[in-house]
Structures are given as structure tokens and as C-alpha cells.
Design a protein around this ligand. Structure first.
Ligand code: PAF
Length: 295
């Protein structure tokens, strides 16, 4: 379905566009993004359409979730192409605010620390939060603002950012926000690489090497019937076979990102650098102990 979405750049334009839908009691579905949209985002839009009557997409490269040393300036900004992706996937409204619209008077890390922000708690201090301190404060703060502006009935996030999804669910639960959160499956290239806006930074050699992440996760899943250490060992041996990859973390956890169970469902997560590009990936994993296996 292709129909040009309406573009709102300001809060007023956005609320004007959504007023009728709200008055008519139509369900609003929301997909927050930072643009550079790809098939992964398109699948989130289609998922939102399954839960709502009107789909809103935000495109905003949120400075608060980038540390001063990170890739904010080089993050791809591709609004015309993004609008085409939205048009092809049934989006009614695209909200693409300027920084000043989201952070009154412009953004600086010092200024924002003086204001009210969302503190994400202990879950944001592990994994990506340990490697990127403050990152999830930025994510949750902007998502809370966007929820306030869009007031969606349902919001869709990718499982590719599994820790982000867990934290957004926790924020909605702990702050009693009236929105249903849906986690959508990761979309992959045919060779297994999870789609990411950052994949476009990879040179051909790095792009080839990047498949090692999903190969390592799959190797661990195959060994998970031998327990957590065996699964970890399997993933590590695949990761070590690729010299271009600098591992940040490999974590085997429960589905809540706590300790991995001996038996039952868990998650395996990886983050690594290829040159200056940092990629993450994760998959579900089912652990069983030898006793459980022979039972
Ligand atoms: O996942 C993203 O693209 C971003 O972290 C989000 C949720 C749009 C917040 O800026």
C-alpha cells in the first residue's frame, strides 16, 4: 500500500493531525525511529498497523542517547528516502522534529542534566549500558517525551535492541504509562546479519566479517542442550575465528536479562566493533541440563 504520509515537524502540527483520529476513537500505533529506515523498520510499521488504525512514525536522531565521543554527527540522515519507506508501509503521519522542538533551547548534555530526565535504574548499567554510560537515560527520556506527544495506544520496538525493549517495558510498567508495548522480531539479511542503520558504515571486508555475530549466536543455540558454559564456548570459538571483530560483550542471560537458567528459555546477546562501527545482535536460546535432556 503506497500513500504519502503527512509530515509534521512541530508538536502543534502533530497534535493537529492526530486530533481527529483521537476524537473518532481510532487506535494510534507508534514506531519511534532515528531514521535511516530499512526493512527492519518497515516490519515494525507493518506490525503497528496490525494493532492500530493509524500508524505514526517519528524520525529523530536523539542527541541525548549519544555520548560526546560517539557517532551522532555521522549518524545517517536520509529523510526523503525514509518518507518513501513510510509511504510504502501504510504510515499516516511522520513526526520529524528539529532538536529544538524536542529539547527547548537546544541540546547539551550539561543542560539536560539540570532538567527532568528518566533514570532507567540498574538494568541500564549492564551490557550496552556498561559500554555506553548514559545511553539508556537518553533513550528512555526521548521515548517518554515522544509517548507524551503522540499518546499512542500501542508502540512497536524491535527485539534487535533487546535491552532497550526491556527497559521501555520497565519504564511503561514503573511509570504507569498508558501504552501497550509490542516487541517485533529481528529482520535479517539472507546471510544472517541483523538489519541495522549502522550496517551501511561497513566496508566490504567488514560486511563479510559481520556475519560472525549471528553465526556465533546460532552456534551457541546448537550447544545450549549441553548447558550455559558449552553454549558460551561455542559462541566464543566462532567469534575468535574472525580477526576483524573486536568483542565488546557476549552474554547468556535469562529472558529478563538476569542470570541464565539451567533449564528453560534465555537470551544470548553480543556486541562487537568492526573498525569504528559497533554492532549488536541477540537471539532466544533454550538451555537444558544433561539430566533434563535424558529425562
Ligand atoms: O531504537 C531507536 O532507534 C532509538 O533508540 C529510539 C527508540 C527511536 C529512541 O531514540
Amino acid at each position: 500500500m503506497t500513500s504519502t504520509p503527512t509530515l509534521a515537524n512541530t508538536r502543534e502540527e502533530l497534535s493537529g493531525l492526530l486530533a481527529t483520529a483521537r476524537r473518532e476513537g481510532r487506535r494510534i500505533g507508534f514506531v519511534p525511529t532515528m531514521g535511516a529506515l530499512h526493512e527492519g523498520h518497515a516490519s515494525l510499521m507493518r506490525e503497528a498497523a496490525r494493532h492500530a488504525d493509524v500508524v505514526v512514525v517519528s524520525i529523530f536522531v536523539n542527541p541525548m542517547q549519544f555520548a560526546p565521543t560517539e557517532d551522532l554527527d555521522r549518524y545517517p540522515r536520509t529523510l526523503p528516502e525514509d518518507l518513501e519507506v513510510c509511504a510504502a508501509n501504510g504510515v499516516a503521519v511522520v513526526f520529524a522534529p528539529a532538536v529544538e522542538e524536542m529539547y527547548a533551547g537546544g541540546f547539551s548534555h550539561d543542560k539536560v542534566r539540570d532538567g527532568v530526565t528518566v533514570h532507567p535504574g540498574r538494568l541500564a548499567t549492564i551490557l550496552d549500558g556498561e559500554s555506553r554510560p548514559g545511553h539508556f537515560d537518553g533513550v528512555l527520556t526521548v521515548v517518554a517525551k515522544l509517548f507524551g506527544l503522540v499518546q499512542p495506544d500501542v508502540a512497536v520496538f524491535g527485539q534487535k535492541d533487546y535491552q532497550q525493549l526491556a527497559l521501555i517495558r520497565a519504564m511503561v510498567r514503573d511509570l504507569c504509562l498508558p501504552v501497550e508495548v509490542v516487541g517485533a522480531e529481528t529482520v535479517r539479511e539472507p546471510d544472517g546479519l541483523a538489519l541495522s542503520s549502522r550496517n551501511r558504515y561497513l566496508d566490504p571486508e567488514q560486511r563479510r566479517a559481520a556475519t560472525v555475530l549471528s553465526r556465533a549466536l546460532r552456534a551457541a543455540r546448537e550447544r545450549a542442550t549441553y548447558g550455559v558454559p558449552a553454549a558460551r564456548w561455542a559462541a566464543m570459538s566462532v567469534l575468535k575465528s574472525e580477526p576483524l571483530v573486536e568483542l565488546d560483550y557476549l552474554a547468556l542471560t535469562g529472558t529478563d536479562l538476569g542470570e541464565a537458567p539451567e533449564n528453560g528459555e534465555g537470551r544470548i546477546l553480543v556486541a562487537a566493533r568492526l573498525g569504528s562501527t559497533r554492532l549488536i545482535d541477540n537471539m532466544p536460546i533454550l538451555f537444558t541440563t544433561p539430566a533434563e535432556r535424558s529425562a
